[in-house]
Design a protein around this ligand. Sequence first.
Ligand SMILES: CC(C)(COP(=O)(O)OP(=O)(O)OC[C@H]1O[C@@H](n2cnc3c(N)ncnc32)[C@H](O)[C@@H]1OP(=O)(O)O)[C@@H](O)C(=O)NCCC(=O)NCCS
Length: 174
Amino acid sequence: MELSIATEDVLDNVAELVNQAYRGISAPDWTSEVGLIDGPRTNRLALQEMIKNDASTILLALDRASGRLTGCVALSPLDHGEWYLSMLAVDPQSQSSGNGKSIMTGAEDFARGAGARSLKISVINVRQKLIEWYERRGFVKTGHTEAFPYDDPGVGVPLRGDLALVTLTKSLRA
Ligand SMILES: CC(C)(COP(=O)(O)OP(=O)(O)OC[C@H]1O[C@@H](n2cnc3c(N)ncnc32)[C@H](O)[C@@H]1OP(=O)(O)O)[C@@H](O)C(=O)NCCC(=O)NCCS
């Protein structure tokens, strides 16, 4: 899938899409954080901060016919050729149609083209089906778990006390 790079003028739309995808649906489901974390996942200011000085690149998936935003993902370089992938989101009406997989492939191509040798992601520990989804995409658990940022109001309102972040990586070498 061809992805385009988000510019400042579309960040309100991106924030709305991400918030809908992560927390907008009404019932808990493997695709979302509903029941785990309340409140918005992001906002325009946070996204502005992400893309400031090209620290991160937010890639957009647009519907070919209408130009409507259907998904996004963020990438940022870490050390030693490793890149961090986050904020993968498909709008709820377009989920389970292969869009998430296509965005992931497009993000891998973009990162590889920019010199990345591997990708790193963090997934909430209790989202087992999502972890399996990433494993089917070739990601492997590192065995390392990071503390959930309970003190950071920017992540929303956690509804459970047992959240942590599981780290997975994927080599981009052919
Ligand atoms: C996670 C997300 C990106 C996946 O995108 P998507 O477009 O819905 O997913 P796709 O259509 O590409 O893939 C569907 C997969 O889900 C699987 N699936 C469908 N229903 C399922 C269910 N009830 N339980 C588990 N897996 C299911 C399918 O088998 C398929 O996987 P496979 O091809 O490996 O067999 C999307 O649901 C999303 O935006 N979620 C909210 C944001 C989020 O949580 N992002 C990840 C944060 S780390």
